[in-house]
Design a protein around this ligand. Structure first.
Ligand code: BGC
Length: 880
């Protein structure tokens, strides 16, 4: 059997630069033309140069032939990795007949600056011009000369604030680098390979700094949360073939000036005066004699860590569908999609003329822009023309959530080519695809992915439009599994775990938002918003749920080990704040934004306490900590018992009686067998009594369809999925939703818009039904024992009016794909495709099962098959 290595990745990335991980993990994907292809051994070579690697010499690490089927998370185990080292690697594998594959194509990674002592660059900024609330974004430049014979040019850059790096006039960095962290604790360093961007002779760096989260407005917490104004740090090493090195460091020798960006704030928009542009300011030949010296900051006490989060990029451009003139003489565009990012404007007009570009998610009944829900956010750019030909403009350090764009003061008549929408988010590669026979379900899935694209920007935010955009942990945990089916969020959530850990309280409490933005440290929650607490049930639990989710989706045990102590502290904190293992009723968001169903806080909080404890026991087990596993396992049993005593009647009724109390108790395993059956009946009765409608909020909604499906009521799950009456997912879709709304009643036929105080049309939490779509409707899941889809469980559950579903998930091993169909005659037909080096257990929903046309005679009565990689077809008769 011949295997091919098709892709090599390091720490989940293709050829990453500037790692600080001393034992990077290697991953490869395999392909084979034959079924049931498995790897039985591998050999990894890691070399200090390409030449060595080409000669099959692993002078940093030669693993030798290792008898192992592992093809993900292979820990580097060679020579100690050196600062700024460049490591080339390749792998070959052996298949079942012990036949070696070819070597893979070479891959590489580089290491960053591994010790603080190596940082010689200084932090540079620009003094404020006045005591104005918002300052111009400072520009910096530095000319430098490069000799001939360059081998490699590497830049290590970061900012307290956000930066754009340019080399000889060309933009190099992604957007909003280095992202949002708890800047008091750490900041991420991005590494750039500039070898292709510089040339012998004169070169220049140009840098623009934005306030970003560091000094600009953060949610509703005001501005200057971390610092007064932004600073930039960069160290560039120019290595020559002869072994010599030149460096360019940020220091007092750089030059700074204000530029055309009058201000640029995440939440408050941007004003850009094109008359102040300095032409070719970032070219080597620009005369910067009238620029000032920068202000050098004494230092920074936090950690400089290699960037963990994926870069933020423009991933798509959108053309508007329509434009119309308003009574006020402005122009309103419809982008056809509630999106996040900004607008590029094309305009020609008189010098000094101002055009305002305004953004809104919805229109008022009179056709004007619905801006009320933005609270204090200003989703506007003001562009002041320089008056030369056609001017093209897009903002730098702000972003908006919008479907509609209004041009105010546009000279002349704009058309559909006058604006372009730019979709901006953390660049997490697409992993999932899903399509069904029901257009409404397809639309729901599209809305879920748009919700994710709109809100995964450095951290998982709650919403992209109003003055909030915070890393709400409850939202993140309930959506994490859905998010991971949609996109590769391995590194995105690994980074968010650092945000959570950096914000964890000395008491062990995980916070409601992360980074906590000084909310708790500066006691903001005490004074300004005193009903927010650091440890809400279903929010703080994200500190355990998210690592567990990364384990399930990627088989990542390192994330579990790294944050194990933090998770233990959380569970101990919860336990210490109970009476007889029951959590108290205290300030709590409850099942946030449920609809006419108030779940008692103490029920919800005790259920989540049990859940975190249960996951901790499972995590301890995975990490081989058997004593802890037993200890937390029995603590979980005790909590479950306490839960039943305190809240569950003999007839299975649970205190509060909401759908959410039932689904939490069912999904967290808090009930006995008898109580479980009764609870399912009570749950279904509540749904029926509401006219087959749901009432769950952020927390309950994620478990609702899974609980029904796992407890024999798939029929009810499908009814809820396609219900069009209010409240339901389809209600919003019937009314034109292109994203998931924050609230079921964000807009209703009777009431129109909900209170503008809290009415986002782009909040992903209620979209956590995406997990059910993949795991149950399509039936693609991982075996829980190992995690990471090494062994999949393929168990499609057809129902409702659906006649077909096609879905795939790009796992670490490759694509897992299914397609099922139900014919008029009641035949269920399933195609499954599995990547090499994986296997699956396939469960069919009916009788008279066949695989590849062969009746399952020998498997009499058994509806499951174990398969290896490759493509398979199954058939069965749907049960009557
Ligand atoms: C946010 C939610 C968050 C909630 C908690 C809201 O303002 O938008 O996403 O989970 O507060 O109370």
């Amino acid at each position: 059997m011949t295997l091919r290595v098709t892709s090599c990745r390091t720490e989940y990335m293709h050829n990453p630069l500037g790692l600080d991980e001393r034992k990077p993990r290697l991953f490869w994907k395999l392909a084979s033309d034959e079924r049931s292809a498995v790897q039985i051994a591998y050999q990894v070579l890691v070399a200090r140069s390409e030449e060595q690697l080409n000669k099959d010499i692993g002078d940093a690490w030669d693993s030798g032939k290792v008898q192992s089927d592992q093809s993900t998370h292979i820990e580097y185990a060679g020579e100690p990795l050196e600062t700024e080292g460049c490591y080339y690697w390749k792998v070959r594998v052996w298949g079942a007949a012990d036949i070696a594959s070819d070597w893979s194509d070479p891959a590489l990674w580089t290491m960053g600056l591994l010790s603080r002592d190596e940082w010689k660059a200084l932090w540079i900024g620009r003094k404020s011009e006045s005591d104005l609330h918002m300052q111009p974004s400072p520009f910096f430049r530095k000319g430098f000369t490069v000799k001939v014979g360059v081998r490699r040019v590497t830049a290590y850059a970061t900012a307290l604030g956000v930066f754009e790096l340019r080399v000889n006039g060309a933009p190099i960095s992604a957007h909003f680098a280095p992202g949002w962290t708890d800047y008091d604790t750490r900041v991420q360093v991005t590494t750039f390979d500039l070898t292709e961007h510089i040339h012998p002779g004169d070169n220049a760096f140009g840098v623009i700094l934005g306030d970003g989260w560091y000094a600009g407005t953060v949610g509703f917490l005001g501005n200057k949360v971390y610092g007064e104004r932004p600073f930039f740090l960069m160290q560039v090493h120019i290595d020559y073939a002869d072994g010599t090195r030149d460096s360019v460091l940020t220091d007092a020798s750089w030059k700074t000036s204000r530029g055309p960006i009058v201000y640029s704030d995440m939440i408050l928009g941007e004003t850009y005066d094109a008359r102040l542009e300095k032409e070719e300011w970032d070219s080597p030949y620009y005369d910067d004699a009238d620029w000032e010296s920068p202000d050098v900051r004494p230092g920074y006490n936090g950690l400089l860590v290699a960037a963990v989060e994926p870069p933020i990029r423009i991933t798509e451009t959108m053309r508007p569908l329509t434009v119309r003139q308003t009574a006020a003489g402005t122009y309103i565009y419809d982008m056809g999609q509630n999106m996040v990012g900004w607008t590029e404007l094309r305009v020609k007009g008189e010098r000094g003329k101002k055009v305002t570009v305004s953004h809104a998610e919805m229109l008022n009944p009179d056709g004007t822009m619905y801006l009320d829900n933005l609270r204090v956010a200003v989703q506007q750019e003001n562009y002041i023309l320089k008056g030369k030909d056609v001017e093209v403009y897009e903002p730098r350090f702000t972003f908006h959530g919008f479907r509609y764009v209004e041009l105010i003061g546009y000279p002349g008549v704009p058309d559909l080519d006058s604006i372009v929408g730019k979709v901006v988010h953390s660049d997490t590669p697409v992993a999932g695809k899903l399509e069904t026979s029901d257009e409404r379900v397809n639309k729901l899935y599209a809305n879920i992915t748009w919700g994710q694209r709109g809100n995964f920007l450095s951290v998982p935010t709650d919403c992209p439009q109003r003055d909030e955009r915070l890393g709400w942990t409850g939202d993140a945990q309930i959506f994490a599994r859905t998010a991971a089916y949609n996109m590769d969020v391995s590194r995105f959530f690994s980074k968010f775990m650092w945000d959570m850990v950096d914000s964890q309280q000395p008491s062990g409490a995980f916070t409601d938002v992360a980074p906590d933005a000084g909310w708790i440290r500066h006691k903001m929650w005490n004074t300004r918003l005193n009903w927010f607490a650091p440890d809400n049930a279903g929010w703080g639990d994200a500190g355990v749920v998210i690592p567990w989710t990364l384990y399930l989706m990627y088989g990542d045990t390192r994330i579990l080990a790294t944050h194990y102590e933090a998770m233990v502290r959380w569970v101990h904190y919860l336990k210490a704040n109970t009476t007889d293992l029951v959590r108290p009723n205290y300030a709590n968001y409850g099942d946030w934004l449920s609809i006419e169903a108030d779940t008692p806080n103490e029920v919800l909080a005790t259920a989540y306490f049990a859940y975190s404890t249960k996951l901790l026991a499972q995590i301890a087990h995975v990490l081989g900590k058997s004593e802890d596993a037993a200890k937390y396992g029995s603590l979980f049993e005790d909590i479950a018992l306490a839960f039943r005593k305190a809240f569950v009647n003999e007839d299975g009724r649970i205190h509060g009686g909401t759908q959410t109390v039932y689904v939490l108790a069912l999904q967290f395993g808090l009930l006995t067998d008898t109580l479980r059956d009764q609870a399912v009946d009570h749950l279904v009765a509540d749904i029926h009594q509401r006219g087959d409608r749901l009432s769950t909020g952020f927390l309950g909604v994620g478990y609702l369809l899974p609980a029904l499906t796992e407890h024999g009521r798939l029929d009810v799950a499908y009814k809820l999925l396609t219900q069009e009456a209010f409240p339901s997912w389809m209600y919003s879709i019937k009314h034109g939703a292109t994203t998931i709304w924050e609230r079921w009643d964000g807009w209703t036929e009777e009431q129109g818009f909900q209170t503008p105080q809290m009415n986002s049309f782009n909040h992903y939490s209620l979209g956590s039904v995406g997990e059910w779509m993949f795991r149950y409707m399509a039936g693609i899941d991982t075996d829980m024992v190992e995690g990471g889809f090494r062994h999949s469980v393929i168990k499609p559950q057809p129902g409702g009016e659906l006649t077909h579903v096609t879905a795939s998930y790009e796992s670490l091993y490759g694509t897992i794909a299914i397609a099922w169909q139900v014919s008029d005659s009641g035949q269920f037909h399933l195609k499954v495709s599995l990547p090499a080096n994986t296997s699956a257990t396939v469960y069919l929903p009916g009788d008279q099962c066949q695989m590849d046309g062969i009746p399952a005679a020998k498997q009499d009565g058994q509806k499951s098959y174990r398969i290896g990689s490759g493509e398979y077809e199954f058939q069965c008769a749907m049960p009557k």
